[in-house]
Design a binder for this molecule. Structure first.
Ligand code: NAD
Length: 337
């Protein structure tokens, strides 16, 4: 059977990107909705044929424990709410898919991992790029040394943010561009190397007279050193559009731009003096379907997801090191997780 998902938080990402994808899933289906807004429950409940008994608000949330049609709870709320709703889902006996960033601190991540472990439930983080065919090809090419051993990675992520949203509220977002979009640069450098950074050196540059950035950072750029000697140079911005990465090895480079958008990925590979476009031989499922099906398959086959809670924790540990380095103006060692 297909496993049932409850989607929590009916905002942009849940309703416009995730929910329409269930119809293409092999192992997952949408069986319940959670929202604090009755009109959204009525509208999306009708659109997706979700019975009233399977529509919840934040007060009735814990009653999902009694609903056998819900196997997995997908938390798509503002960042500061991820920890509470992940823990409550695990305590209600459900597996959890939680959006990135996993939480607003590494301490919260550890609590979420412990709660899911205690409940005997799986926890996966919504790192959709790991299921995106071009990114998977880039990982294969980089890690197999297609352009020689990797030496340098550049990764840039950003967009000009519009005002008036929770992303600019420090308490809700946990930070600025780094928590939201720069995390893609960080995560890509980690998945392209398959290594964990040892040292981080960061610089923040934010125009605090811009009303959008009263509470959170705009630009934060950093360098990360990996054990094999790869140096990653990363950009995170809330004031300019970036979506690209390049892995340079001893014999060439692999370039993806756009790299982690919802669609439209394009790859070029430079090797032996020629530059050629590349694409996956068998594209397979798109990243959204791949992600939803993966956790369902992991539950059924009792495997660990490729992006478990620990992956989210490692990013948060690195994010804390990036902020600390920028604040203290010095190179910071990253603690092993
Ligand atoms: P959004 O603002 O569109 O949606 C957030 C939802 O949470 C809204 O429906 C809102 O009503 C609800 N909510 C409940 N309590 C709230 C409160 N106290 N304050 C504000 N909103 C509250 O945001 P979004 O873009 O859908 O982002 C939601 C989560 O998904 C974030 O963690 C974000 O990082 C993540 N996200 C991931 C991707 C991705 O590609 N993986 C893309 C977009 C967003």
């Amino acid at each position: 059977r297909k496993l049932g998902y409850a989607v929590v938080g009916l905002g942009y990402y849940a309703t416009q990107q995730i929910m329409p994808q269930f119809r293409n899933c092999e192992f997952a289906k949408l069986t319940a909705l959670v929202s604090g807004t009755p009109e959204k429950l009525a509208r999306y409940g009708a659109e997706y044929d979700i019975p009233r008994t399977h529509r919840y608000d934040y007060q009735s949330y814990d009653r999902m424990s009694a609903n056998p049609d819900i196997d997995i709870v997908y938390v798509v709320l503002p960042n500061a709410m991820h920890a509470e709703y992940t823990v409550r889902a695990a305590q209600a006996g459900k597996h959890v898919l939680c959006e990135k960033p996993m939480a607003t601190s590494s301490a919260e991540c550890r609590m979420m991992i412990a709660a899911c472990r205690e409940a005997g439930k799986k926890l996966m983080i919504g790192y959709r790029s790991r299921f995106e065919p071009y990114n998977r090809l880039a990982i294969d090419l980089a890690r197999s040394g297609h352009v020689g051993p990797s030496r340098v990675i550049t990764a840039q992520h950003g967009f000009p943010i519009s005002p008036d949203q929770w992303r600019l509220d420090r308490d809700m977002a946990g930070g600025g561009s780094l928590m939201d979009i720069g995390i893609y640069s960080l995560n890509a450098a980690r998945y392209l190397t398959g290594e964990e950074p040892t040292y981080i050196s960061a610089v923040e540059s934010t125009d605090r007279s811009d009303p959008r950035f009263r509470e959170v950072e705009d630009r934060i750029d950093w360098e990360m050193l990996f054990p094999s000697g790869v140096l990653a140079s990363c950009v995170s911005s809330y004031s300019s559009p970036h979506n690209a990465y390049r892995v340079t090895g001893t014999q060439g480079w692999i370039d993806l731009e756009p790299a982690t958008q919802y669609s439209g990925q394009a790859m070029r590979v430079s090797k032996g003096g020629t530059i050629e476009p590349r694409s996956p031989v068998e594209p397979g499922k798109n990243q959204f379907v791949g992600q939803l099906d993966h956790l369902a398959e992991c539950v059924v086959t009792e495997r660990e997801p490729i992006v478990p809670g620990e992956e989210g924790l490692r990013d948060l540990v690195a994010i804390e090191a990036i902020y600390r380095s920028a604040r203290e103006g010095r190179r910071v060692a990253v603690a092993a997780v």
